[in-house]
Every structure is written in C-alpha cells, then in structure tokens.
Design a protein. Structure first.
Length: 556
C-alpha cells in the first residue's frame, strides 16, 4: 500500500535530517510517527466570536481520525475575522483581506514543512474561501470541513439569527420597538458556537464546499454544537489519509464542471452575493476559466428550491433537519441541474454521494425542482454605464424587478448609516455608497448595518442601495454590490451626483444613471483619486495589488 509519504521525507528521512527529527521529537513525535505521512490540520480557531470558537475542540477529533487511519497529524492555526463583530466599523475592511492572508499562511506552513496532505477547518465567512484557495494553490491531497451553523435563538416563538439584531437597530431607531425589546433580541439571537444561522455567506460557502466536492457530502451541514459534528471531524481525518495514499488532488476535484455545480447550489439555495467574489477567486487558484456573467446564465436556468433566511423562512439548522445540503443537491441532480460525474474527496462522484439523500417527512424547506419557490436562481449580474464590468444583485426573497429613483450619494458607509439612522432616506431613493471597493476601501466592506437599518425601518422593498463595496449574506432588500469599475479607479460611480436619476431594470440586466456621456466627461475633468487611506502595512499592500471585484478581488 502506498504510504502517501511523498513530501515529508524531506524533513524526516536520512542522517542529515536528524536535527529536524530531534525538534519533532521535542513535541512528542516518535520514530514511528515520522514514518507515516504528515498531515497538516489547518485550523481557523479563535475565541473572538462564535463562528470558529469551537474549532479548537473539533480539531482533536480530526487528529484522532488521522491517527486511526495511519497518518500523523500536525495542527497549526491561521487568522479569522468576524464579520458580525466588525460590521459597520473600520475593522470590517480587514475581513476580505483576511481571505488572502489565510490562503497565504496555509501555503507557507504546508510548503515550509513539506506536508503530505491537509485538512482545513473553517467556519466564518472568509475562512471558508480562504482554505479552499489554499488547497487549490498547493494542490496537495486534502479537504475542508465547515464547523457548522449556530443554533437559532428564540424569542416570542420566532427563530432568530444575527440578522434580526441588525434589523432591530433600524426598528429601534425608527421607534418601532422599545429599549427592552431591543435588548431581548440582542440577548436571544446568538445562543452559542457556530456561524451565522441563515443562508448567509458562511452557510452559502459551506454549501459550495460540498457541491464542488472539496468537503465530504453530508458533513458540513451538521450544526456546530450537534454531537454528530465530532464524528464528522473524525471521518474527515480518516478520509484525508485515504486521499494522500491515493494521491487524489484538489485539481482532480475542483474542475470546470464542479464550479458549475457550485454556482447552481448557490442559485438554488438563495445564497450570498459573496459567492460570486469567492468563486471567481477560487477559479483563479484552480486555473479554471470563469467569468462573472456565467453566474447570471447558470442562475437564470436554475430554480430556487430552498426558502432560507434572509429572504426566506428557515435557518440553516432547520435546513439540516429537513435533509440538508445533500437533499438540495439530490433535488438538483433529479432535475438535471448539476453534473453527477464530478469527483468528490471520498473518491465517489457527487451523483453517487447524493443519490440516496434522506428527506424528513413533511419538511417544507427544500422543494423538488418541478415545484420551485422561484423559477430562477437567487442572483443576477447587471451591467450598464454604472457597472461596465458588472455588479451583483441578490433577488432571492424579493419580487421587485425595476426601480427608478433619485440618487442619494454617500462617500462612505458611515455617512450612509448616519442618514439611515436619522430617517433621512425615504421610499423611492437609490442610495449610492462609494469609495468602499477593493482598492478604495480598501477591502470592500459589507453594508449589513445600512441594509439592516433600512429593513428595520420598513424600507427593504422600497429603497435600492448600490455600492462598489459588498453586502453581507444576511442582507435582504434591493441591494446591488461589487459595482465595477470602483470609484477609486475612476469608475462612473465616482461621478454620480445627488439627485441624478438611476434606473435599475432586472429583466434587462441593466444598471444605469440617466446622465449623458458628454456630462460625464465634464464631471471627470480635474478628477484625481482620493489619497489612500493606508500607506503602510497589510492594508496598503492589499490596496496596491488587488484586482477588480469582477475578477474576484484577488491579489497578485
């Protein structure tokens, strides 16, 4: 049997490696341990926030599985930024940047220590794509396991998520709830460990991880505090040793057809707009050709078959109880919307993995494709003079198709948030938040604070919001993100003025401001980009090297 020890012999074998072996023996490894493949367990554990809080314990079960299967686990950690905690602050600019740092740091540890394989534990929004990017870049046999969703909170018989807290801010400021009710929502919404509990970005990426084949089908959806999560972690430890011995690599799994499956899973589940950004970035690491407009074409032909928060009715835990990601993929397979022959990390095809997915009797969360909640998927790509490279609109949970209204222009998120809290934004307005793009922010902050405040004030369906920044997966309403080119590089969003008429036409896939090219030429005269907000450190490095959002906001 192939031991799978293809790389680690460089640090463990031969007389010249005696100093390295001595160092490894200092942490408790034996000669027998070093004769086995060395498997990295890349952990994104942190005690800052609930999403990844439990991964330190979960890693022990992964390592036990690796040992049981004949490998030697070596755990290491990388960074994690909580979007929910940093939202609405300057710290939110670090979130997307952390995706690159996560991928880079895992690459450095795996390459530097000649590891034979990898298991990556992730949970929060950027840790999920970050670990997938690292796996793709290294192309080492490996897999990713999502830590699982938080359990829903409960108040007045209603299931709560952190989305409800953001919207409670708007409701409180609008006088719709009192201070005591506001505090009740805050205290009830997040009862323990796990990632935010709707089909927000974390759970959207967890769905993608199974659909694309880099996570074992059926394991990501197990909630964070469910005892079955420990068994899932142990199983991942066993699987990775098998992957190493078979030399089955991410490049054999995350193929072009697997990316099409991933996009279909986002469309069908009403997933986050951030999936567009992350899949474009991942495709680059996989050397897979993928363009932003392909999201529109796949979503246009894929029905929405799950009703999940923020646009729908149910939480991620309730989806798992109904049949989970496996059932969603089985429904798509039955309807002919995904490719069944794509390999997964178990060595079996996606079709084989989901063919017998169980369904809870009477569940209302996931429908057959013949009876969808909507005939098309949850995302559309718009273009026009305000988005020549494209932008993303999430239509899951919204029936609005067109809005034409006056521009309300804000140079950053803070001024827009202040206007929302002061009830200065009215029905029919089109809110424009600029200089929040990949370079201009830098880091493309999410605008959940603003959208939550508007939704809490009852304006989710009557106000449009567009930005060269991003939106949280918890955002609902008519919100357009990733507008490219961004304002900082001279995209036309930089030259919109207060009161300009903006037209959004979803069926026509058009986002446009009713200003003539001649008038825009006048407005451009003498324009120079603002002074960069950061001139040193990681923020400045990112701003100097990051690409457009239409290419995934990747660094090079």
């Amino acid at each position: 049997m192939d031991s799978g020890k293809r790389f680690s012999h460089a640090i463990t074998t031969g007389p010249g490696r005696a100093p390295a072996r001595a160092m490894l023996k200092a942490i408790g490894l034996t000669d027998a341990d070093m004769e086995r493949p060395l498997i990295g367990v890349a952990n994104t554990w942190t005690e800052i926030g609930p999403c990844n809080y439990h991964l330190r314990t979960l890693a022990e079960h992964v390592k036990a599985g690796i040992r049981a299967a004949g490998g030697t686990p070596l755990e290491f950690n990388t960074v994690s930024i909580s979007d929910g905690i940093t939202m609405g602050t300057e710290g939110m600019k670090t979130s997307l940047i952390s995706r690159e740092v996560i991928a880079d740091s895992i690459e450095l540890v795996a390459r530097g220590n000649s590891l034979d394989g990898l298991v990556c534990l992730s949970s929060c929004d950027k840790t999920n794509p970050g670990v997938m990017m690292a796996l793709a870049r290294m192309d080492l046999p490996g897999l990713a396991l999502y830590g699982g969703s938080i359990a829903p909170g409960h108040l007045h018989g209603k299931a709560l998520t952190v989305q409800d807290v953001f919207e409670a801010v708007g409701a409180f400021n609008a006088g719709k709830i009192d201070e005591k009710e506001f505090l009740r929502v805050e205290n009830a919404a997040c009862p323990g460990a796990g990632a935010c509990g709707g089909q927000f970005t974390a759970n959207t990426m967890a769905t993608i991880m199974e659909a694309i084949g880099i996570s074992p089908v059926g394991l990501n959806g197990v909630p964070a505090t469910d005892p079955a999560k420990e068994a899932a972690a142990f199983r991942c430890g066993e699987i990775v040793v098998d992957l190493v011995r078979k030399n089955l690599k991410p490049s054999q799994i995350m193929t072009r057809r697997a990316f099409e499956n991933a996009i279909a899973s986002v469309a069908a589940s009403g997933g986050s707009t951030n999936a567009v950004l992350h899949l474009l970035a991942l495709a680059r690491e996989c050397n897979v050709s993928l363009k932003i407009d392909e999201f529109d074409s796949i979503c246009a032909r894929t029905p929405t078959i799950a009703t999940l928060k923020p646009g729908g009715l149910y939480t991620a835990v309730e989806m798992h109880q109904a049949g989970g990601i496996s059932l969603l993929l089985r429904r798509l397979l039955e309807g002919g919307f995904i490719h069944s022959d794509c390999l997964t990390v178990t060595g079996r095809t996606l079709g084989e993995e989901v063919a017998n997915a169980a369904e809870a009797p009477g569940q209302q969360v996931i429908r057959p494709t013949s009876k969808p909640f909507k005939p098309t998927g949850g995302l559309v790509i718009l273009r026009g003079n305000l988005a020549e490279e494209g932008c993303v609109l999430k239509v899951a949970g919204s029936n609005r198709e067109r809005i034409t209204g006056p521009a309300r222009v804000f140079e950053n998120e803070e001024t827009a948030m202040a206007a929302a809290n002061a009830q200065q934004i009215k029905a029919g307005d089109v809110v424009v938040i600029r200089y929040e793009g990949p370079k201009g922010g830098p880091g493309m902050r999410e605008m959940l604070g603003v959208t939550g405040a508007l939704a809490g004030a009852g304006l989710a369906d009557s106000v449009a919001l567009l930005t060269d920044g991003r939106f949280s997966g918890a955002t609902r309403g008519f919100s357009i993100g990733h507008v490219a080119p961004e304002a900082f590089v001279g995209g036309l969003i930089a030259f919109v003025r207060e009161g300009d008429t903006i037209e959004i036409d979803v069926p026509a896939r058009r986002l446009q401001v009713l200003v003539t090219p001649e008038e825009f030429a006048v407005r451009r005269q003498g324009w120079t980009p603002p002074v960069p907000r950061y001139t040193r450190g990681v923020m400045a490095k990112y701003a100097a090297t990051v690409s457009t959002a239409a290419e995934g906001a990747v660094t090079s």
